[in-house]
Ligand binder design. Structure first.
Ligand SMILES: Nc1ncnc2c1ncn2[C@@H]1O[C@H](COP(=O)(O)OP(=O)(O)OP(=O)(O)O)[C@@H](O)[C@H]1O
Length: 809
């Protein structure tokens, strides 16, 4: 078999055939006299094989691959690769697939499904006497690049004595580069995304000749959002093909796909009646620990198992990246690497191969490593973060204890995840033993982490992103019975990652705001229809909460720490029902209840309103309820006197009420001004008395003249105050300015006005004072004055509502 990749192929496999030179070689080989001779031999064998496959074989009679109707070249390849006895799934499925039937196969992880579909694939093309010139004969679709690569490697191994060309189409390379090679491939192993791209953009892609389709881990392809595309792919392939579909987990979606793509399939489920879902030799454990403990837990585990080969699963790429970088800085006692989707392809492949070859070490990976990957001799699978569901759990733990080897798996669950996840796992026949964490054995590395982050801003950024992406991935999880983002102690989690405080999580804040708004709208609609009086105090309470909450929202703080049992994304309203988000989001407080409406409702029910108590300067309490206080203005008194006649039929004359309110306001203002004036007068009087007393003591009679002048001044002031309506306090103080100028004149002669005379006492011509350029205090005062009008207006509106109540009595 030749491989249409640029890699050198071991074991006599012919390598990359492309370009003019390759075509020339191909033509020469084709013309060699040896070729027809070989074809005659092959023809004879093929005829025998055709007869054999039609015979009904008993699975019990199959001990080795030689017992099966498999070509000599394939059995030789199998033997050379170390495979002599087929596994259960291989025997069971080969009995049908070699005969040309469609097969839907399921078996435990590591039980040899890859060979179960590769052998019939090779045999099919061989028996069809497929040559390089016949184009595409078989297509294998698999979810991840690593898995595609692994299948490709196994194909090269077992098919080493055949003369087919095979190619990997997994992206990461130029589309034209792949296009050229695809035209020369008899077998293409691909990921669904890249295959679709070729179908859409590569005119040379021709699947019309195809005879065999393999869907490996098809359920994963469907989960990755390729359901429609997968259906489109299979519908565009020739109908006279054979289709094989294999997975360790059979789901509803896979059965739907099988219905579409397989014709009269044979269902081969080897371990269907097994008491345990996972390989018998796999030991499964779980522990419960808090999110903030996970870091120490991982470090302790790595330290204690430094001689082992460990695969660690985490929730997202950023975590894998951060943990790896951090542990390297902390001088991990063993080699530590990370495998995740956002790495470039070459790096991914290099890491994958490195871990395959390693005897010990730690690989921190996301779920791209969960399916199908066959890392040899993994001792431990540690699931630091809970898997999405039982299927992912199954695939993850399946990376150890493969093909009769032993292995152990440890699942770390948070208290909020335990009940629901364990229920799910037990329902699917996973036998997991709970272990207790020995707190004394946990190595606390928090200080070390913090120290590292303090000296490395890049690492700190990585930690921040790990935090945010983890929260986001939990939030996006479908199964809200297991994953409750609001149950997470984010502050403690941030600290455990070495961060001083929890970074903001804007998407979550936004989500919560949207949810709150939605609920408010719903509530508004509800309360509009049922004006239940019993709701009044609640509404008030909720309104208060809403206001508090909105401010909290804006700050973006304390959003996560509150508990909530579910938080469906999108429109899953029904799930939200019955869960209490009120304390934070003001759920149900959506109706904006005006004061007037509240008062009306209260009055209807004779609810006693709270009384506002005002304290005067001497600490005396006065009730400030306008309903109790008598009207002070003329208009008010008049209105009060005629109150009963003013509201015929119990109605309220709002215009009149407003007018009375205005008059009352004006009266209040006047009274207040008079009070202030009185206070000033009193103060000045006291000052004057004091001065007089002093002067009398010091100067005797001479002080009397001075006093009378001052007295006059005071009188003037008072008169001015009496007469002035507008407040002119904001104007610059002329005394201050002139005084200043006077003192400045001596310092800056040149700036002095030419009209001003010297200090000899001659008259100074008045000039409007320059407005000080910056005088914040005064400007602030002007602003305040301006805004006070608005406040007055607001006050007016508030008072209006109170007046309504007043009038309604
Ligand atoms: N007949 C066999 N004899 C010995 N070893 C085998 C045989 N068939 C497969 N193996 C080995 O068993 C291991 C697991 O095989 P394979 O990866 O095909 O399992 P799988 O069922 O596809 O697992 P998964 O469900 O995880 O994808 C591989 O290392 C493979 O080389």
């Amino acid at each position: 078999m030749s491989a249409a990749t640029s890699r050198a192929a071991p074991g006599g496999i012919k390598v990359d055939l492309s370009g003019k030179k390759a075509k020339k070689i191909l033509a020469q080989k084709w013309n060699k006299k040896k070729r027809p001779k070989k074809t005659v031999l092959e023809g004879q064998e093929i005829s025998q094989l055709e007869i054999k496959v039609k015979r009904k074989l008993d699975a019990q009679s199959v001990q080795t691959f030689l017992d099966l109707p498999i070509s000599r070249l394939t059995t030789k390849g199998l033997k050379d690769s170390g495979f002599t006895r087929p596994t259960a799934i291989q025997t069971q499925s080969l009995l049908y697939s070699l005969g040309g039937q469609d097969v839907l196969g399921a078996s435990k992880t590591g039980s040899g499904k890859t060979l179960a579909f590769l052998i019939p694939l090779i045999e099919k093309l061989y028996r069809l006497k497929w040559t390089k010139m016949d184009g595409l004969g078989a297509l294998v679709i698999t979810p991840t690049r690593e898995l595609a690569y692994q299948i490709f490697e196994q194909l090269r191994d077992v098919g080493r004595h055949h003369d087919f060309s095979a190619g990997l189409v997994i992206g990461g390379k130029d589309l034209h580069f792949e296009s050229r090679r695809m035209g020369e491939c008899n077998i293409v192993i691909c990921t669904p995304g890249r295959l679709l791209q070729h179908m859409d953009e590569n005119p040379q892609f021709d699947a019309s000749t195809m005879k065999m389709l393999v869907l490996d881990e098809a359920d994963r392809c469907l989960e990755m959002g390729f359901a429609d595309q997968m259906n489109a792919i299979v519908n565009n392939l020739p109908l006279d093909r054979q289709t094989l579909l294999f997975s360790a987990t059979q789901t509803r979606s896979i059965k739907d796909l099988a219905r579409l793509s397989l014709q009269n399939p044979v269902f081969v489920s080897v371990h269907e009646h097994s008491a345990k879902a996972t390989p018998d030799q796999l030991q499964e454990y779980y522990i419960v620990c808090d999110l903030a403990q996970k870091m120490s837990m991982l470090w302790s585990f790595v330290k204690n198992n430094a001689r082992k080969k460990i695969l660690v699963f985490v929730q997202c790429c950023k975590q894998a990246k951060y943990f790896t970088e951090l542990f390297r800085r902390l001088r991990s006692p063993t080699q530590i690497t990370a495998l995740y989707g956002t790495l470039n392809q070459l790096r991914r492949m290099a890491i994958y191969k490195e871990f395959c070859e390693a005897e010990r070490g730690v690989l921190i990976a996301t779920d791209i490593a969960a399916r199908g990957l066959d890392f040899p001799t993994v001792d431990w699978v540690l699931q630091l973060d809970c898997p999405e569901d039982w299927k992912i759990y199954n695939h993850r733990v399946g990376r150890t204890a493969r093909n009769a080897a032993t292995g152990s798996a440890l699942l770390v669950l948070m208290p909020s995840e335990e009940e629901s996840m364990m229920k799910q796992l037990r329902a699917h026949k996973f036998t997991i033993v709970r272990e207790e964490v020995n707190p004394h054995k946990l190595l606390n590395i928090q200080r070390k982490i913090q120290a590292n982050l303090a000296s490395d801003t890049e690492l700190k950024e990585t930690a921040k992103r790990a935090f945010q992406h983890y929260i986001k991935s939990i939030y996006l999880m479908k199964d809200k019975t297991v994953f409750d983002v609001f149950a997470l102690d984010v502050d403690a989690f941030a600290v455990s990652l070495g961060l001083a405080a929890a970074p903001r999580i804007p998407f979550l804040e936004k989500h919560m705001r949207i949810q709150a708004a939605k609920r408010r709208k719903e509530k508004l609609q509800e309360t509009q229809t049922e004006e239940s009086v019993d709701n009044i105090p609640q509404s008030k309470e909720k309104d208060k909460m809403r206001l508090m909450d909105s401010s909290e929202d804006e700050d973006g703080e304390d959003v996560i720490t509150m508990k909530r049992k579910d938080h469906a994304i999108g429109n899953n309203d029904s799930e939200d029902d019955g869960h209490d988000l009120l304390p934070l989001l003001g759920r149900g407080s959506s109706k904006v209840v005006t004061k007037a409406a509240a008062v009306k409702k209260a009055l209807k029910k004779n609810i006693q309103l709270n009384q506002k108590v005002k304290f005067d300067d001497d600490g005396g309490a006065h009730e400030d309820d306008p309903a109790i206080q008598p009207k002070a203005s003329k208009e008010g008194q008049l209105y009060e006197g005629n109150e009963s006649s003013e509201k015929p039929g119990g109605g309220i004359d709002i215009e009149k009420a407003k007018m009375v309110l205005k008059a009352e306001d004006a009266f209040d203002r006047k009274t207040e001004r008079a009070r202030i004036k009185e206070v000033h007068k009193e103060k000045k009087r006291k000052e004057k008395e004091l001065k007089n007393k002093r002067r009398k003591e010091q100067e005797g009679e001479a002080g009397e003249d001075q006093d009378s002048e001052e007295e006059d001044e005071d009188v003037e002031d008072e008169e001015e105050e009496d007469g002035k309506e507008p407040n002119l306090d904001w104007l610059p103080d002329p005394d201050e300015i002139y005084g200043k100028k006077k003192s400045e004149s001596s310092d800056s002669e040149g700036e002095e006005d030419s009209s001003s005379e010297d200090e000899s006492g001659s008259k100074r011509k008045w000039k409007p004072p320059k407005k000080p350029k910056t005088d914040p205090s005064k400007r602030a005062r002007v602003d305040w004055e301006e805004s006070s009008d608005d406040e007055d207006l607001e006050q007016l509106h508030d008072n209006e509502a109170l007046a309504l109540q007043l009038l309604g009595n």
